[in-house]
Design a protein around this ligand. Structure first.
Ligand code: ADP
Ligand code: ZN
Length: 615
């Protein structure tokens, strides 16, 4: 019996999945049929299947190999292992292979046995490799090109790769071979670049919503951020894998150490670490369960670990693009995940300053400021975070019900008067002694606190001393943050002393109204469980007995992963193990019904799993 070539049968048999998601079915049908496609899908949307299923279908129909172009050399080994685990013959060619292994791969390729070949663009563009493709093409064994991370062709984005420009040769040299380009990053500008540079004008575009409905967005005001982080991890993500982003290397090191001191398995990752240390930390993050990676943004490009349950930001990213990309690394498997950020006055000051002090030209700075403002508006928003995020990317949506503001609409207060008091106090400082002061002292004066510094500068004699005693410290911080965010106040010099901006007059004259969210007090335990995802991994709640089976399956999976030198998720996803634990199939036929159990894994692992399930 020859293997089926229709996509749905392949999805069932090879991947063990019951159905295509979103636009996958149309894309797969189009590409398997020889059409060109441009696919825009958010991270976790399921882009890989869009070329893997056509690759298998076309190989089974005798059309030969699919060449996958990817810049992510570090991932190729695992991607290929995952396919081999599914029984799909795949290999990769990149600079990490020695010449002997590379020749072995080339032999498989020439023989037409490979279904998928992953290669870096610089490899593909070598005369030797192109000649090899020529000969395959002549024999009708060059089936499809999949160009992953296609936004790398655009200078507009920050992942630009020179070599991607050379990929137009694929179309010029092999015009009859279909191509599919895929990306998760695509504003209109980048999209146009992809179409033009890769000559995909004739391709069908498939543009998915960029929404990630399983991610819950939450932005809290900083108030002892490390404690806030620990509470978040402890209450909601005990034992989960996740990423904590910090802005500086120093903070990464300190935060990782603090988490380790609290008994968590946390590893640091930043550009200041040795390449070998970075690699080993990344490897452990991918392979072991429940590791918290504390990292600068150097970590992340191409992390395709599906079961990252949270992304936490201890510092404000530069813009919404960065925030969305970083938070997007959570929950690729579609199960509930958290995007949590703590932000405060210092973040606003730092980000503004970095722009002001950069060497860039004025136009560029203006652009950066605009982007920062959009992110600040998101952070200060009292309405649905997701509606704002999607609107930023040009998508219209309704309140989501899965962000902090939807779940617990924040109270607002009119801070117009408070803002005037703050600004006039800054003005008095200058009048009084010609000096400027930082936020802490300003708040002390406004609240009428008799500190040493107040005595030293005789600020208790100012008319503004104590005029804001009725406003809490947290509220004052939020007022100052707003004033800086909106450009009415500037933080200057080494000590971030506050100075009035020209525009502050508008506020002093009462021409500007400020409506702010009431800073939330740290929720009590009982309240917290209401808003937080009550259950931890696994994604769906399990009763006690199922939970034990799930843990046993995970222990079994860890052993297999170690023995085969594979990341655990390549063996089976958490969601697949959870379903096994819940439904407890008693036979191979029953096991085959579980999503994520394809024919080969059933053969390889079925008996073992049934044994583990029987306890
Ligand atoms: P992307 O590359 O778009 O970020 P992936 O291709 O890595 O996403 O897919 C994300 C996850 O979703 C993977 O773990 C994949 O196995 C899973 N997945 C994709 N399509 C389906 C489907 N139709 N049914 C079940 N799981 C799927
Ligand atoms: Zn919402």
């Amino acid at each position: 019996m020859s293997a089926p070539t229709d996509p749905l049968s392949i999805l069932h048999e090879v991947f063990g999945y019951p159905a295509f998601r979103g636009q996958q079915a149309q894309i797969v049908a189009h590409v398997a049929g020889g059409g060109d496609a441009l696919v825009l899908m958010p991270t976790g949307g399921g882009k890989s299947l869009c070329y893997q299923v056509p690759a298998i279908a076309r190989h089974r129909a005798g059309r030969g190999v699919t060449v996958v172009v990817s810049p992510l050399i570090a991932l190729m080994h695992d991607q290929v292992s995952a396919l081999e685990e599914l029984g799909v013959h795949a290999s990769f060619l990149n600079s990490t292979l020695d010449s002997q292994d590379a020749s072995a791969v080339e032999r498989e390729l020439r023989a037409g046995r490979l279904v998928l070949l992953y290669a870096a663009p610089e490899r593909i563009l070598t005369p030797r490799f192109l000649a090899m493709l020529d000969s395959l093409h002549e024999r009708g064994l060059l089936s499809l090109f999949a160009i992953d991370e296609a936004h790398c062709v655009s200078q507009w984005g920050h992942d630009f790769r020179e070599e991607y420009l050379g990929l137009s040769v694929l179309h010029e040299r092999f015009a009859s071979v279909p191509r599919i380009a895929l990306t998760a990053t695509a504003d209109a500008h980048t999209r146009a670049d992809i179409v033009e540079r890769l000559q995909l004008a004739g391709a069908h575009s498939y543009i998915s919503s960029f929404d990630r409905p399983n991610i819950r967005y939450r932005i809290v005001e900083k108030d002892e951020p490390r404690k806030q982080l620990l509470r978040f991890l402890h209450d909601e993500h005990d034992g989960d894998a996740g990423i904590v982003y910090c802005q500086t290397r120093k903070k990464v090191d300190e935060t990782a150490a603090a988490l380790v001191a609290e008994g968590l398995t946390a590893l640091p990752y930043h550009a200041g670490l040795d390449a070998s240390v970075r690699r080993s930390h990344q490897d452990r993050f991918l392979r072991e369960d429940g590791i918290v990676m504390v990292a600068t943004i150097a970590f992340g490009m191409g992390i395709d670990k599906p079961d990252v349950r949270f992304v936490a930001h201890l510092d404000l990213p530069k813009n919404i693009e960065g925030y969305y990309q970083e938070t997007g690394r959570a929950g690729r498997d579609g199960a509930p995940a958290d995007a949590w950020m703590a932000y405060g006055l210092a973040d606003v000051v730092n980000q503004r300053r970095m722009i002001d002090e950069s060497e860039a030209g004025e136009d560029f700075k203006r652009l950066q400021r605009g982007k920062l403002d959009a992110l600040l508006a998101l952070a200060e928003a009292h309405d649905c975070r997701r509606v704002r995020l999607l609107a930023y990317f040009g998508e219209h949506s309704q309140p989501c019900g899965n962000c902090d503001n939807c779940l617990q609409p924040p109270a607002t207060w009119d801070a117009t008067e408070a803002a005037r008091k703050a600004l006039s106090c800054v003005y008095r400082f200058q009048q009084h002694g010609g000096m400027s002061f930082g936020a802490v002292h300003l708040i002390d004066v406004l609240r009428g606190k008799p500190t040493d510094k107040v005595a030293q500068h005789q600020h208790d004699r100012l008319s503004t001393f104590g005029i804001g005693a009725d406003v809490s410290e947290a509220q004052w911080r939020s007022v100052l943050r707003q004033l800086i965010a909106l450009g009415y106040l500037r933080a200057e010099g080494e000590f971030n002393t506050l100075a009035l901006a020209e525009s502050s007059r508008e506020v002093l004259r009462g021409q500007v109204q400020l409506l702010l969210r009431v800073p939330a007090a740290a929720p009590k335990r009982s309240e917290r469980s209401r808003t937080a995802r009550g259950d931890k991994t696994p994604p769906l709640p399990l009763d006690e007995a199922a939970r034990q089976r799930f843990d046993a399956l995970k222990a079994w999976r860890a052993e297999v992963a170690r023995a085969h030198n594979l990341p655990a998720f390549v063996v089976f996803h958490d969601a697949t193990l959870a379903q096994m634990a819940r439904e407890q199939p008693g036979s191979l036929d029953g096991l085959a019904e579980i999503s994520g159990v394809g024919a080969k894994k059933l053969r390889d692992y079925g008996d073992d799993i049934l044994r583990v399930l029987q306890g």
